[in-house]
Design a protein around this ligand. Structure first.
Ligand SMILES: Cc1cc2nc3c(=O)[nH]c(=O)nc-3n(C[C@H](O)[C@H](O)[C@H](O)COP(=O)(O)OP(=O)(O)OC[C@H]3O[C@@H](n4cnc5c(N)ncnc54)[C@H](O)[C@@H]3O)c2cc1C
Length: 478
């Protein structure tokens, strides 16, 4: 029997798993998908917010500000990319100047360090591509950009090497309450655990309902994005928000941790569960809204459009509490934005709840650390020569757009949570993220996964269950 079963391997579940891996506990993470970070955690704006946006006194505010600080610590410790580029909320009218002041005051009350209100001239001096209609802006130096799946993977891999079990491709179908805890039906397995943490994102109400009653509802809200090529990546140095509305933080224009430019999202209400489609209406809205920030975006350099689903609930704050039906079942639900920013603080908050509910925590004597990934692209010429001398596969470029070598793809195949898909390699090694979006490297990655992991060629998937790429060998002498 596990001490704790975490349902959901997004950033919330990953952060909880990471911090729990520091204690002498048997813990598992269960996810319906074949890999970690495949829910909302992989499709969002990727901003570690400073924390001026949420209302004072909410969990949203407290965990955002603390999560931002902890993200910096974790990035230093584990080596995932997190760049504190800073952010602006831009005002374009007197009314919006007042909003900027309100956000400044709220940020100060929330304990956000370093906030400043900048004039039009100060903003244009730093960011010459911003529209000259800007009137003022709230500058937040602690805001940053992250690669959300690298962040999530890094937490999961470090949890895995410290003994946390990852049960992937195992949808939770039912939960039975027993004298000692729970039996979770996960795919074709029965998993027993003393405590459950429900981190199932947009499906958290469904998982809670498996106890007997849904204690809240989730109403997904879709947001659509453009992701532009690196040629557009220098348009802005900082994250550029507009003033928020009742629908959310509005459309942003921001550099990404990978050097691209991201533009979006819109905010659709009552979206369908699982609907990650993009459409002209949503994207046209995003482009029109972004034009207020800058008219310099060249959408001909767009490399991908994508969408994410916010886990908005019927409450205004995050729902992080023991279930009213069984206090050993802890809901971590309604984790809308800034859930990515808040994650490490959310995890520590959940661990305090576990302690209150009687879970004993004994520190592990030794903690292992996953070695940092080698990046051939970022290596100096001399470092590259040394790498190729050590392993000739560093001399074989697989992804030409991002200069990713065979050795890096092989290392990704043998990572602590081995990928079973082309996109799993993409999230670990960075292949397929360049201008061609995998057009050239995917067949080569396909071959390497098959060779390294002994998976038959036709069983390899693009991303989700059933997303096969080839259906078998062609007949004849091909
Ligand atoms: C458009 C958009 C923009 C955003 N921008 C930002 C931002 O810039 N900064 C920020 O801080 N936050 C942002 N967010 C919010 C942030 O992305 C989320 O708060 C965060 O990713 C939620 O993580 P999670 O782990 O709670 O949920 P998820 O990442 O959704 O993980 C839930 C997991 O549960 C699994 N699961 C579900 N049902 C089952 C089941 N039955 N059995 C097993 N597993 C199951 C899923 O497969 C999934 O892996 C944004 C969100 C959206 C949609």
């Amino acid at each position: 029997m596990y001490d704790v079963a975490i349902i959901g391997a997004g950033i919330s579940g990953a952060a909880i798993a990471y911090y729990l891996s520091k204690y002498e506990l048997d813990v598992c993470v269960i996810d319906k998908e074949p890999d970690v970070s495949m829910g909302t955690t992989k499709a969002n704006s990727a901003i570690i917010h400073a924390g001026y946006d949420p209302e004072e006194g909410t969990l949203l505010a407290r965990l955002n500000v603390e999560g931002n600080r902890l993200c910096g610590e974790l990035a230093d410790e584990l080596g995932f990319p997190f760049i504190r580029v800073g952010s602006y909320v831009l005002a374009f009218s007197e009314k919006e100047d007042a909003t900027v002041k309100k956000l400044y005051n709220r940020g100060v009350a929330n304990g956000v360090p370093g906030l400043e209100i900048h004039t039009k001239e100060q903003i244009l001096a730093r960011e010459p591509n911003v529209s000259d209609k800007v009137t003022s802006g709230l500058y937040a130096p602690t805001a940053g950009i992250v690669s959300p799946w690298s962040y999530c993977l890094s937490l999961c891999e470090n949890a895995a090497v410290n003994g946390i079990d990852f049960i992937l491709g195992a949808p939770v179908l039912a939960i039975k309450q027993t004298k000692d805890g729970f039996v979770i039906k996960a795919g074709d397995r029965d998993v027993e655990a003393r405590y459950i943490i429900n981190c199932a994102g947009i499906y958290a109400a469904e998982i809670c309902g498996m106890l007997g009653k849904r204690e809240f509802e989730i109403h997904p809200s879709k947001g659509q994005y453009f992701l532009l090529d690196k040629s557009q990546g220098n348009l802005m140095k900082e994250v550029m928000f507009q003033c928020p509305s009742e629908l959310g933080k509005g459309v942003l224009v921001s550099p990404t941790a990978g050097g691209n430019l991201i533009v979006g999202p819109n905010a659709e209400i009552n979206s369908e569960f699982g609907d990650l489609s993009t459409d002209n209406a949503g994207l046209d809205y995003v482009a029109a809204a972004a034009a207020k920030t800058t008219d310099k975006i060249n959408y001909r350099d767009n490399v991908r459009c994508f969408a994410g689903l916010r886990a908005n609930s019927d409450r205004s704050d995050f729902i992080i509490e023991p279930s009213a039906q069984n206090a050993r079942f802890i809901n971590v639900a309604g984790i809308k934005s800034p859930g990515l920013s808040a994650a490490p603080a959310t995890a520590l908050y959940v661990i305090d709840i576990l302690k209150e509910q009687g879970l004993e925590l004994t520190d592990k004597k030794a903690i292992k650390k996953v070695p940092r990934r080698v990046s051939f692209a970022r290596a100096t010429k001399q470092e590259r020569i040394e790498l190729i001398k050590q392993d000739a596969r560093y001399g074989n470029i697989i992804c030409r757009c991002n200069t990713i070598t065979e050795a890096e793809v092989v290392a990704a195949c043998h990572s602590p949570i081995p990928p079973v898909s082309i996109d799993g390699i993409k999230r670990r090694a960075g292949t397929g993220m360049g201008r061609c979006q995998g057009g050239f490297c995917s067949p080569r990655v396909h071959e390497i996964i098959s060779r390294e992991l002994g998976i038959p060629y036709e069983d390899i998937i693009q991303e989700r269950k059933g997303s096969y790429i080839v259906c078998g060998k062609m007949g004849g002498n091909v």
